[in-house]
Unconditional design. Structure first.
Length: 282
C-alpha cells in the first residue's frame, strides 16, 4: 500500500509538474481540514466499545432463531452476547426496518424488494418462515428500527447498526432516535461500507460513535456477473482508489472511531496503520 501511494504521487508529479502538484496537494489538504467532522472524545468511544473484546451476535442468534428479529436478540442475550449487529433497510413509505437483504424473499414468506412494501404490509410477513426452526417461534414479524433499539436497551445489549441505503434518510432516522433515547450514545456504534452515510450522520450529530466497514474488492464483488468487462475493469480501479481513500483520508474526513473488517482483510501492517489512525492524543 505504501509503495502504491508513492508511485501514484510520482505519476501525478510527472503528469502535472511539481508546482501544480504542490498546489493541488495544499488545496486538497485545506479542503479536507475544512470539511472534516471532528471525532468523538475517547471516553465516548470507550463507553460503547469498552476495553475488553465484545461477544457480538451477528443478526442476533441467527442460527437458532430467525435473523434480525427481537426473538433472535433475546436468545443471543440468553446465550451470553454483549452486543447485537443488525441491518437497517427502508420500506416504500420510508419507514426504517431491520432486515439484511434488499428483498424479503430469503427470510420471509413474501416476495420482492423491500422498497415495494409499505411498513403496514411488511408487518404482515412472517420473518420465521424460512428459518430451520421457524415453527417453534410461531409467526415472527420484521421489527422496526425503534423496536430493535428499545429491545436492545432493555436487554442491555450494545448495538452495531449496519447502514447501506439513502444517506440523508438514514441520518435523519438515526439522529432522531439518538435524541429520543440518549442511552444510545453509550450503547451504539453506527457502521457502514458507505462513507457518505457515516459523514452525513456525523454532520447532523457529531456525538454519535461510528465505524467505517472495509473489505477488499468491495466494488467488484457488488457488480452483477453479467456486466460487461469494461464495468469490471472500472470496478477494479474503483477498488484500488477506495482502498487508498480508506488509508489516506476517509477516516479523518468522517471523524471515524473504528474500522470493521472481515478476518480475511487482517494483516499486521494494516492493524498497525489502523492503531495509529484511531489512537487518541493524550
Amino acid at each position: 500500500m505504501f509503495y502504491s501511494i508513492i508511485l501514484s504521487f510520482l505519476v501525478m508529479i510527472a503528469i502535472l509538474g511539481p508546482s501544480l502538484f504542490i498546489f493541488l496537494v495544499v488545496f486538497c489538504l485545506t479542503a479536507l481540514w475544512w470539511f472534516r467532522v471532528a471525532p468523538v472524545p475517547e471516553a465516548s468511544v470507550n463507553a460503547v466499545l469498552g476495553d475488553k473484546p465484545l461477544v457480538i451476535a451477528h443478526r442476533g442468534a441467527a442460527l437458532d432463531a430467525p435473523e434480525n428479529t427481537i426473538e433472535a436478540f433475546q436468545l443471543a442475550k440468553k446465550n451470553g452476547a454483549d452486543a447485537i449487529e443488525f441491518d437497517l433497510e427502508f420500506t416504500k413509505d420510508s419507514c426504517p426496518v431491520i432486515i439484511h437483504d434488499d428483498t424479503v424473499d430469503r427470510t420471509t414468506d413474501g416476495k420482492g424488494p423491500i422498497s415495494s412494501y409499505s411498513f403496514e404490509a411488511i408487518q404482515k410477513l412472517d420473518a420465521a418462515a424460512k428459518h430451520k426452526d421457524g415453527t417453534q417461534f410461531g409467526k415472527v414479524k420484521v421489527p422496526s428500527l425503534e423496536e430493535a433499539v428499545v429491545a436492545c436497551l432493555r436487554l442491555k445489549l450494545k448495538m452495531f447498526i449496519d447502514c447501506k441505503r439513502d444517506a440523508k434518510l438514514t441520518a435523519q432516522c438515526l439522529s432522531q432516535l439518538f435524541t429520543k433515547y440518549p442511552d444510545m450514545y453509550k450503547e451504539t456504534i453506527v457502521c457502514s461500507f458507505y462513507f457518505n452515510i457515516i459523514y452525513k450522520l456525523r454532520q447532523i450529530d457529531p456525538k454519535i460513535v461510528t465505524g467505517l466497514t472495509f473489505r477488499h474488492q468491495f466494488i467488484t464483488k457488488s457488480l452483477d456477473q453479467e456486466n460487461s468487462r469494461w464495468w469490471h475493469w472500472l470496478a477494479c480501479i474503483g477498488d484500488i482508489l477506495l482502498e487508498l481513500a480508506h488509508h489516506i483520508f476517509l477516516w479523518y474526513l468522517c471523524g471515524n472511531s473504528a474500522c470493521l473488517m472481515n478476518n480475511l482483510c487482517y494483516s499486521s501492517h494494516k492493524l498497525t496503520k489502523l492503531n495509529f489512525k484511531f489512537s487518541f492524543p493524550k
